[in-house]
Design a protein around this ligand. Structure first.
Ligand code: AMP
Length: 191
């Protein structure tokens, strides 16, 4: 099935987990910009070195770097029949660039899923994840900074997609399976 989705949600909303489960359901690649950055950082590539200056502190990597990386990734053959973008777009300039990239590919988004959860629950989940995964950007200070950036820059994008009739907002609290069921149900006839 060909399906082109964006999944948005603050850090700790279970976005990555849900992207992976939705990807299994539709058999299209889940493309996480955060994962691509972490992979490049681990391998010590030029892109990784550049990204690390920003990811370490919870800041957004500059658009020119991120956009070029996403353009390249969406041109790969495995994304031709669909994809789930996780963690991109994250600001208004990236929304505009994604439109251009999809235009170039002669395609468009089917839906934008927004996972919602309140700040208290998010902070608790991130604290638990930090214990388990030990990510260097999961310190209390950086977590708070990332949530602030999400609220200021990324959350407003939901409105832009809602205006286009693409937004599907889903309550991200509760059991993983229940959230996936809610997402698939909410996508309904859109995909
Ligand atoms: P994530 O795993 O999605 O939380 O991403 C981890 C970090 O990667 C973020 O805090 C940013 O520094 C960087 N990053 C991921 N996606 C983007 C994006 N779309 N634009 C800019 N920076 C990003």
């Amino acid at each position: 099935m060909s399906v082109r989705l964006v999944i948005m949600g603050p850090q700790g909303s279970g976005k990555g987990t849900q992207a992976a489960r939705i990807y299994q359901h539709f058999s299209v690649p889940a493309i996480s910009t955060g994962d691509i950055f972490r992979d490049n950082i681990a391998r010590g590539t030029e892109l990784g070195k550049r990204a690390q200056e920003y990811t370490c502190c919870g800041e957004l990597v500059p658009d020119e770097v991120t956009n070029a990386m996403v353009r390249e990734r969406l041109r790969q053959p495995d994304a031709a029949d669909g994809f789930i973008l996780d963690g991109y777009p994250r600001n208004a300039a990236q929304v505009a660039e994604l439109d251009v990239i999809l235009d170039e590919l002669g395609t468009r988004l089917d839906a934008v899923i927004q996972l919602t959860a309140d700040r208290g629950e998010l902070l608790e989940r991130m604290r638990r994840r930090a214990e388990i995964e030990g990510r260097d950007d999961d310190t209390a200070e950086v977590i708070a900074r990332r949530l602030d950036i999400y609220e200021a820059e990324t959350a407003p994008l939901a409105q832009a997609y809602a205006d286009r009739g693409l937004l599907v907002a889903v309550d991200g609290t509760g059991e993983i399976e229940a959230v996936t069921a809610r997402v698939l149900d909410a996508l309904g006839s859109r995909v």
